[in-house]
Design a protein around this ligand. Structure first.
Ligand code: MN
Length: 263
């Protein structure tokens, strides 16, 4: 259906898998971990109309990819969507936290200079740092917080700042994630798989499994699963300006981008 945050390029047999993803999903956002990966992956997946590739630099590998920092900033103008970017404050990445922060600052600043971008943002164990930068720098950009796991207070702050949220099945398996879901506006949520990093037992979540959140979400929102699907389609359509990225409206209709197909 929709997967708004996955690492399709990092699955084995990624190209073969992309053919399946194109068929099974209506829209898939492939986030990349470095600007060089973005350049290559954009070309590899260029023929798949409903698979979009976002420009990123993953916070966990900023040191290894430091040489690509300038490339990242210089590519923002031409990129449709930005991600994965952000800050990871976990212990093992503490030594690069200042660097991560400085890169996210520059990414958000340049995104504004380019008129505002949609960004898929990582904030694990660094929620308040990320929200501080969003508050300071985002005016026209739309931050989509991926797998947000802050406190309830931080969640409310993120909502007040206008953030969107992408949510995957593992997030809702925990009580904390379900509690966060209660705080989030229905019209600012999208499904994500975060595969192949997010695991479903011993195998990675697949991009078409992001939608598995709808059964859990339906209970919280007091909706049917069909209504939840329709809500996600409407959300995506509003986020992307009703054109699903670069798809023109005729093609959108001919491909069946219509909530009624889920009934
Ligand atoms: Mn990710």
């Amino acid at each position: 259906m929709i997967d708004f945050h996955c690492h399709l390029d990092l699955y084995p047999n990624a190209y073969h898998l992309a053919c399946k993803v194109e068929e099974r999903n209506h829209y898939t956002l492939v986030v990349t971990t470095s600007p060089r990966a973005w350049l290559v992956t954009s070309k590899v997946f260029a023929d798949f109309d409903n698979i979009k590739v976002a420009l990123g630099l993953h916070p966990e590998i900023v040191q290894e990819k430091l040489a690509e920092r300038e490339l990242l900033i210089s590519c923002i103008r031409q990129a449709g969507i930005i991600g994965e970017v952000g800050i990871d404050g976990s212990l093992q990445y503490h030594n690069t936290i200042d660097l991560q922060e400085s890169i996210l600052h520059d990414v958000l600043l340049q995104s504004e200079r380019c008129g505002g971008k949609i960004l898929s943002i990582h904030s694990r164990n660094a929620e308040s740092k990320v929200l501080f930068l969003i508050e300071r720098l985002c005016r026209n950009s739309i931050p989509v917080l991926h797998w947000f796991s802050g406190t309830i207070e931080e969640t409310r702050r993120a909502v007040a700042l206008g953030c969107w949220f992408s949510i995957g099945p593992p997030m809702l398996h925990g009580a904390k994630g379900r509690r966060i879901l209660h705080e989030l506006p229905v019209d600012r949520i999208l499904p994500e798989s975060d595969g192949p990093f997010a695991m479903n037992g011993s195998s990675p979540y697949m991009p078409w499994e992001a939608i598995k959140i709808s059964s859990m979400v339906a209970g919280t929102w007091n909706m049917t699963e069909d209504e939840v699907h329709q809500q996600f389609i409407e959300n995506l359509s509003r986020l992307l300006g009703n054109d699903f990225g670069s798809l023109d409206s005729d093609r959108v209709l001919s491909r069946g981008f219509n909530p009624s197909i889920f009934r």
